[in-house]
Design a protein around this ligand. Sequence first.
Ligand code: HEM
Length: 327
Amino acid sequence: MQIPSLLKITIIFTLCVILMGAYTRLSDAGLGCPDWPGCYGMLKVPSQAHELSQVQATFPGHEVEPKKAWLEMIHRYIAGALGLLVLLIFILCLKKDEAPKKLPGLIALLIVFQAALGMWTVTMKLMPVVVMSHLIGGFSLIALLLLLYLRTKPLRIPGGDAIARKLAPLALICLGVLILQIIIGGWTSSNYAALACTTLPICEGDWYNNLKLAQAFNPFQGEHDTYEFGVLDYASRMTIHVVHRFWAVVTAAMLFWLAFKLYQQSQSSLLKRSALLLVLLVCLQVALGISNVVLHLPLGVAVSHNAGAALLLLNLVFINYALWRKA
Ligand code: HEM
Protein backbone atom coordinates (compact mmCIF):
# COMPACT_ATOMS: atom_id res chain seq x y z
CA MET A 1 0.00 0.00 0.00
CA GLN A 2 1.20 3.53 -0.82
CA ILE A 3 2.15 5.79 2.13
CA PRO A 4 -0.52 8.47 1.36
CA SER A 5 -3.30 5.84 1.30
CA LEU A 6 -2.07 4.37 4.58
CA LEU A 7 -1.93 7.87 6.07
CA LYS A 8 -5.50 8.59 4.96
CA ILE A 9 -6.73 5.44 6.74
CA THR A 10 -4.63 6.30 9.82
CA ILE A 11 -6.06 9.83 10.04
CA ILE A 12 -9.64 8.49 9.98
CA PHE A 13 -8.67 5.83 12.53
CA THR A 14 -7.07 8.49 14.78
CA LEU A 15 -10.31 10.48 14.71
CA CYS A 16 -12.16 7.31 15.84
CA VAL A 17 -9.66 6.80 18.70
CA ILE A 18 -10.06 10.46 19.78
CA LEU A 19 -13.86 10.16 19.76
CA MET A 20 -13.76 6.83 21.57
CA GLY A 21 -11.56 8.52 24.20
CA ALA A 22 -14.08 11.35 24.58
CA TYR A 23 -16.95 8.84 24.81
CA THR A 24 -15.09 6.88 27.49
CA ARG A 25 -14.35 10.00 29.54
CA LEU A 26 -17.87 11.40 29.21
CA SER A 27 -19.34 8.04 30.26
CA ASP A 28 -17.28 8.43 33.46
CA ALA A 29 -15.46 5.26 32.44
CA GLY A 30 -11.94 6.71 32.60
CA LEU A 31 -11.26 4.67 35.71
CA GLY A 32 -13.25 1.64 34.48
CA CYS A 33 -10.01 -0.28 34.85
CA PRO A 34 -7.99 0.99 37.84
CA ASP A 35 -4.65 -0.30 36.52
CA TRP A 36 -2.66 -0.16 33.26
CA PRO A 37 -2.10 -1.71 30.71
CA GLY A 38 -4.32 -4.64 31.76
CA CYS A 39 -7.74 -4.46 33.36
CA TYR A 40 -7.47 -5.68 36.97
CA GLY A 41 -4.25 -7.30 35.77
CA MET A 42 -6.01 -9.19 32.94
CA LEU A 43 -6.06 -8.90 29.14
CA LYS A 44 -9.85 -8.64 29.06
CA VAL A 45 -12.47 -7.44 31.53
CA PRO A 46 -12.80 -10.01 34.33
CA SER A 47 -16.21 -11.72 34.23
CA GLN A 48 -15.80 -15.37 35.32
CA ALA A 49 -16.29 -16.28 39.01
CA HIS A 50 -12.64 -17.21 39.52
CA GLU A 51 -11.51 -13.96 37.85
CA LEU A 52 -13.80 -11.91 40.07
CA SER A 53 -12.48 -13.57 43.22
CA GLN A 54 -8.95 -12.84 42.00
CA VAL A 55 -9.99 -9.18 41.63
CA GLN A 56 -11.25 -9.16 45.22
CA ALA A 57 -7.87 -10.47 46.38
CA THR A 58 -5.69 -8.05 44.36
CA PHE A 59 -7.95 -4.97 44.31
CA PRO A 60 -9.85 -5.08 47.63
CA GLY A 61 -12.85 -2.74 47.75
CA HIS A 62 -13.10 -2.47 43.94
CA GLU A 63 -16.21 -3.61 42.13
CA VAL A 64 -15.89 -4.47 38.43
CA GLU A 65 -18.31 -2.39 36.32
CA PRO A 66 -18.31 -4.36 33.03
CA LYS A 67 -19.67 -1.60 30.76
CA LYS A 68 -17.18 1.03 31.98
CA ALA A 69 -14.31 -1.45 32.01
CA TRP A 70 -15.05 -2.55 28.42
CA LEU A 71 -15.19 1.05 27.19
CA GLU A 72 -11.79 1.68 28.73
CA MET A 73 -10.30 -1.55 27.33
CA ILE A 74 -11.67 -1.00 23.80
CA HIS A 75 -10.12 2.48 23.85
CA ARG A 76 -6.79 0.98 24.89
CA TYR A 77 -6.88 -1.76 22.24
CA ILE A 78 -7.77 0.56 19.36
CA ALA A 79 -5.13 3.05 20.57
CA GLY A 80 -2.65 0.13 20.51
CA ALA A 81 -3.66 -0.65 16.91
CA LEU A 82 -3.10 3.01 16.05
CA GLY A 83 0.38 2.75 17.58
CA LEU A 84 1.16 -0.14 15.20
CA LEU A 85 -0.12 1.82 12.19
CA VAL A 86 2.09 4.78 13.14
CA LEU A 87 5.09 2.47 13.52
CA LEU A 88 4.39 0.99 10.08
CA ILE A 89 4.22 4.47 8.52
CA PHE A 90 7.54 5.35 10.19
CA ILE A 91 9.23 2.21 8.82
CA LEU A 92 7.82 2.76 5.30
CA CYS A 93 9.04 6.37 5.32
CA LEU A 94 12.51 5.25 6.44
CA LYS A 95 12.63 2.75 3.56
CA LYS A 96 11.50 5.13 0.85
CA ASP A 97 14.26 7.54 -0.21
CA GLU A 98 12.12 10.55 -1.10
CA ALA A 99 9.77 10.25 1.92
CA PRO A 100 10.25 12.64 4.86
CA LYS A 101 12.05 11.13 7.87
CA LYS A 102 11.93 13.67 10.70
CA LEU A 103 8.14 14.20 10.76
CA PRO A 104 7.24 10.46 10.93
CA GLY A 105 9.93 10.11 13.62
CA LEU A 106 8.31 12.91 15.63
CA ILE A 107 4.87 11.30 15.19
CA ALA A 108 6.24 7.94 16.40
CA LEU A 109 7.72 9.64 19.50
CA LEU A 110 4.45 11.47 20.10
CA ILE A 111 2.41 8.28 20.11
CA VAL A 112 4.76 6.73 22.69
CA PHE A 113 4.33 9.83 24.88
CA GLN A 114 0.57 9.69 24.28
CA ALA A 115 0.52 6.08 25.54
CA ALA A 116 2.39 7.24 28.65
CA LEU A 117 -0.20 10.00 29.17
CA GLY A 118 -2.94 7.37 28.83
CA MET A 119 -1.25 5.38 31.57
CA TRP A 120 -0.85 8.45 33.84
CA THR A 121 -4.50 9.36 33.23
CA VAL A 122 -5.40 6.13 35.01
CA THR A 123 -2.59 5.88 37.59
CA MET A 124 -2.92 9.57 38.57
CA LYS A 125 -6.68 9.17 38.93
CA LEU A 126 -7.83 11.59 36.20
CA MET A 127 -5.64 14.52 37.32
CA PRO A 128 -6.96 17.35 35.06
CA VAL A 129 -3.57 18.48 33.75
CA VAL A 130 -2.87 14.89 32.62
CA VAL A 131 -6.35 14.35 31.11
CA MET A 132 -6.09 17.66 29.24
CA SER A 133 -2.59 16.84 27.98
CA HIS A 134 -3.86 13.46 26.77
CA LEU A 135 -6.59 15.25 24.79
CA ILE A 136 -4.05 17.71 23.34
CA GLY A 137 -1.73 14.78 22.51
CA GLY A 138 -4.50 13.16 20.43
CA PHE A 139 -5.23 16.42 18.62
CA SER A 140 -1.51 17.02 17.96
CA LEU A 141 -1.20 13.50 16.60
CA ILE A 142 -4.01 13.89 14.07
CA ALA A 143 -2.71 17.34 13.02
CA LEU A 144 0.82 16.01 12.41
CA LEU A 145 -0.54 12.99 10.51
CA LEU A 146 -2.41 15.35 8.19
CA LEU A 147 0.77 17.40 7.71
CA LEU A 148 2.67 14.23 6.79
CA TYR A 149 -0.12 13.21 4.41
CA LEU A 150 0.07 16.58 2.66
CA ARG A 151 3.84 16.28 2.41
CA THR A 152 3.83 12.77 0.97
CA LYS A 153 1.02 13.31 -1.52
CA PRO A 154 1.83 14.43 -5.08
CA LEU A 155 0.35 17.86 -4.53
CA ARG A 156 -2.53 19.49 -6.23
CA ILE A 157 -2.53 22.21 -3.59
CA PRO A 158 -1.74 25.63 -5.06
CA GLY A 159 1.57 27.00 -3.88
CA GLY A 160 1.81 29.97 -6.15
CA ASP A 161 -1.28 31.92 -5.10
CA ALA A 162 0.67 35.13 -4.40
CA ILE A 163 -2.33 37.17 -3.17
CA ALA A 164 -3.64 34.50 -0.82
CA ARG A 165 -0.11 33.87 0.43
CA LYS A 166 -0.23 37.27 2.16
CA LEU A 167 -2.87 35.76 4.44
CA ALA A 168 -0.39 33.17 5.77
CA PRO A 169 0.49 35.15 8.98
CA LEU A 170 -3.23 35.65 9.74
CA ALA A 171 -3.83 31.92 9.19
CA LEU A 172 -1.03 31.11 11.63
CA ILE A 173 -2.42 33.47 14.28
CA CYS A 174 -5.86 31.84 13.81
CA LEU A 175 -4.29 28.42 14.31
CA GLY A 176 -2.75 29.64 17.59
CA VAL A 177 -6.08 31.13 18.74
CA LEU A 178 -7.88 27.86 17.93
CA ILE A 179 -5.28 25.73 19.72
CA LEU A 180 -5.69 27.90 22.83
CA GLN A 181 -9.49 27.44 22.65
CA ILE A 182 -9.04 23.67 22.37
CA ILE A 183 -6.74 23.69 25.43
CA ILE A 184 -9.29 25.73 27.43
CA GLY A 185 -12.02 23.32 26.26
CA GLY A 186 -9.96 20.37 27.49
CA TRP A 187 -9.49 22.20 30.80
CA THR A 188 -13.28 22.78 30.99
CA SER A 189 -14.10 19.11 30.51
CA SER A 190 -11.27 17.66 32.63
CA ASN A 191 -12.36 19.88 35.55
CA TYR A 192 -16.03 18.96 35.08
CA ALA A 193 -16.88 22.62 34.55
CA ALA A 194 -19.44 22.08 31.77
CA LEU A 195 -22.43 22.58 34.05
CA ALA A 196 -20.92 25.27 36.29
CA CYS A 197 -22.76 27.84 34.22
CA THR A 198 -26.07 26.97 32.63
CA THR A 199 -27.54 30.28 31.51
CA LEU A 200 -26.97 32.23 28.30
CA PRO A 201 -25.29 34.37 27.18
CA ILE A 202 -23.21 34.47 30.40
CA CYS A 203 -23.49 32.81 33.80
CA GLU A 204 -26.13 33.10 36.48
CA GLY A 205 -25.80 35.51 39.44
CA ASP A 206 -22.93 37.88 40.12
CA TRP A 207 -20.50 35.88 37.97
CA TYR A 208 -18.17 38.82 37.30
CA ASN A 209 -17.29 39.37 40.97
CA ASN A 210 -16.84 35.65 41.55
CA LEU A 211 -14.17 35.09 38.91
CA LYS A 212 -11.10 33.30 40.32
CA LEU A 213 -8.62 33.25 37.45
CA ALA A 214 -5.50 32.22 39.40
CA GLN A 215 -7.15 29.23 41.07
CA ALA A 216 -9.09 28.19 37.98
CA PHE A 217 -6.01 27.91 35.80
CA ASN A 218 -3.51 26.60 38.35
CA PRO A 219 -2.37 23.23 36.93
CA PHE A 220 -1.38 22.04 40.42
CA GLN A 221 -4.49 21.20 42.40
CA GLY A 222 -2.90 19.45 45.38
CA GLU A 223 -2.95 15.76 46.31
CA HIS A 224 -6.30 13.97 46.11
CA ASP A 225 -7.27 10.29 46.21
CA THR A 226 -9.11 10.82 42.95
CA TYR A 227 -9.85 13.77 40.64
CA GLU A 228 -12.93 12.10 39.16
CA PHE A 229 -15.84 14.62 39.04
CA GLY A 230 -13.38 17.46 39.81
CA VAL A 231 -11.82 18.97 42.91
CA LEU A 232 -12.17 22.70 42.22
CA ASP A 233 -14.76 24.86 43.99
CA TYR A 234 -17.79 26.26 42.13
CA ALA A 235 -16.28 29.72 41.48
CA SER A 236 -13.16 28.27 39.84
CA ARG A 237 -15.19 25.95 37.60
CA MET A 238 -17.47 28.81 36.64
CA THR A 239 -14.38 30.90 35.77
CA ILE A 240 -13.02 28.18 33.46
CA HIS A 241 -16.39 27.89 31.76
CA VAL A 242 -16.71 31.68 31.29
CA VAL A 243 -13.19 31.91 29.79
CA HIS A 244 -14.01 29.09 27.35
CA ARG A 245 -17.12 30.98 26.21
CA PHE A 246 -15.32 34.32 25.88
CA TRP A 247 -12.41 32.83 23.97
CA ALA A 248 -14.98 31.07 21.73
CA VAL A 249 -16.20 34.54 20.67
CA VAL A 250 -12.63 35.62 19.86
CA THR A 251 -11.95 32.32 18.04
CA ALA A 252 -15.15 32.47 15.99
CA ALA A 253 -14.54 36.12 15.03
CA MET A 254 -10.94 35.44 13.96
CA LEU A 255 -11.86 32.33 11.96
CA PHE A 256 -14.74 34.11 10.21
CA TRP A 257 -12.37 36.96 9.30
CA LEU A 258 -9.83 34.51 7.87
CA ALA A 259 -12.53 32.67 5.92
CA PHE A 260 -13.87 35.94 4.51
CA LYS A 261 -10.41 37.16 3.42
CA LEU A 262 -9.50 33.78 1.96
CA TYR A 263 -12.71 33.50 -0.01
CA GLN A 264 -12.38 37.05 -1.26
CA GLN A 265 -8.69 36.97 -2.24
CA SER A 266 -7.77 33.41 -3.18
CA GLN A 267 -7.55 32.37 -6.84
CA SER A 268 -7.82 28.69 -5.98
CA SER A 269 -11.15 26.88 -5.80
CA LEU A 270 -9.67 24.48 -3.23
CA LEU A 271 -8.85 27.35 -0.85
CA LYS A 272 -12.25 28.95 -1.47
CA ARG A 273 -13.90 25.65 -0.53
CA SER A 274 -11.74 25.43 2.60
CA ALA A 275 -12.92 28.93 3.55
CA LEU A 276 -16.57 27.91 3.18
CA LEU A 277 -15.94 24.74 5.17
CA LEU A 278 -14.32 26.85 7.89
CA VAL A 279 -17.46 29.00 8.22
CA LEU A 280 -19.64 25.89 8.35
CA LEU A 281 -17.47 24.21 10.99
CA VAL A 282 -17.32 27.31 13.21
CA CYS A 283 -21.13 27.66 13.11
CA LEU A 284 -21.54 23.96 13.90
CA GLN A 285 -19.01 24.08 16.74
CA VAL A 286 -20.61 27.12 18.39
CA ALA A 287 -24.07 25.52 18.03
CA LEU A 288 -22.79 22.30 19.62
CA GLY A 289 -21.13 24.28 22.46
CA ILE A 290 -24.39 26.12 23.17
CA SER A 291 -26.30 22.82 23.00
CA ASN A 292 -23.87 21.38 25.56
CA VAL A 293 -24.98 24.13 27.95
CA VAL A 294 -28.70 24.25 27.14
CA LEU A 295 -29.26 20.49 27.00
CA HIS A 296 -27.02 19.76 30.04
CA LEU A 297 -24.23 17.91 28.29
CA PRO A 298 -25.85 14.99 26.45
CA LEU A 299 -23.23 12.39 25.54
CA GLY A 300 -23.79 12.62 21.75
CA VAL A 301 -23.52 16.42 21.70
CA ALA A 302 -20.40 16.47 23.90
CA VAL A 303 -18.65 13.88 21.72
CA SER A 304 -19.68 15.81 18.56
CA HIS A 305 -18.25 19.03 20.09
CA ASN A 306 -14.96 17.16 20.46
CA ALA A 307 -15.16 15.98 16.83
CA GLY A 308 -15.98 19.51 15.66
CA ALA A 309 -12.83 20.84 17.35
CA ALA A 310 -10.72 18.14 15.65
CA LEU A 311 -12.18 18.94 12.21
CA LEU A 312 -11.62 22.68 12.71
CA LEU A 313 -8.01 21.97 13.62
CA LEU A 314 -7.52 19.79 10.51
CA ASN A 315 -9.05 22.46 8.30
CA LEU A 316 -6.76 25.15 9.70
CA VAL A 317 -3.69 22.93 9.38
CA PHE A 318 -4.61 22.39 5.73
CA ILE A 319 -5.13 26.12 5.10
CA ASN A 320 -1.82 26.96 6.78
CA TYR A 321 -0.01 24.30 4.77
CA ALA A 322 -1.46 25.57 1.50
CA LEU A 323 -0.58 29.19 2.32
CA TRP A 324 2.91 28.69 3.75
CA ARG A 325 4.07 26.09 1.22
CA LYS A 326 6.77 27.22 -1.16
CA ALA A 327 5.62 27.73 -4.73
C1 HEM B 1 -14.62 27.67 18.17
C2 HEM B 1 -15.31 27.34 19.18
C3 HEM B 1 -15.05 26.21 20.15
C4 HEM B 1 -14.07 25.23 20.18
C5 HEM B 1 -12.93 25.02 19.19
C6 HEM B 1 -14.33 24.42 21.35
C7 HEM B 1 -13.56 23.32 21.73
C8 HEM B 1 -13.79 22.54 22.84
C9 HEM B 1 -13.03 21.37 23.21
C10 HEM B 1 -11.85 20.80 22.43
C11 HEM B 1 -13.58 20.87 24.34
C12 HEM B 1 -13.11 19.61 25.11
C13 HEM B 1 -13.93 18.44 24.63
C14 HEM B 1 -13.62 17.15 25.34
O1 HEM B 1 -12.87 17.12 26.30
O2 HEM B 1 -14.15 16.13 24.89
C15 HEM B 1 -14.68 21.72 24.71
C16 HEM B 1 -15.47 21.53 25.81
C17 HEM B 1 -16.59 22.29 26.09
N1 HEM B 1 -17.08 23.36 25.36
FE1 HEM B 1 -16.26 24.13 23.69
N2 HEM B 1 -15.44 24.89 21.99
C18 HEM B 1 -15.92 26.00 21.29
C19 HEM B 1 -17.02 26.75 21.60
C20 HEM B 1 -17.86 26.56 22.67
C21 HEM B 1 -19.02 27.37 22.99
C22 HEM B 1 -19.50 28.58 22.20
C23 HEM B 1 -19.57 26.84 24.13
C24 HEM B 1 -20.78 27.27 24.91
C25 HEM B 1 -21.44 28.37 24.80
C26 HEM B 1 -18.76 25.68 24.51
C27 HEM B 1 -19.01 24.87 25.59
C28 HEM B 1 -18.22 23.82 25.98
C29 HEM B 1 -18.50 23.01 27.14
C30 HEM B 1 -19.67 23.16 28.09
C31 HEM B 1 -17.46 22.06 27.21
C32 HEM B 1 -17.28 20.94 28.26
C33 HEM B 1 -17.83 19.66 27.69
C34 HEM B 1 -17.43 18.44 28.49
O3 HEM B 1 -17.36 18.48 29.72
O4 HEM B 1 -17.19 17.42 27.84
N3 HEM B 1 -17.74 25.56 23.61
N4 HEM B 1 -14.80 22.73 23.76
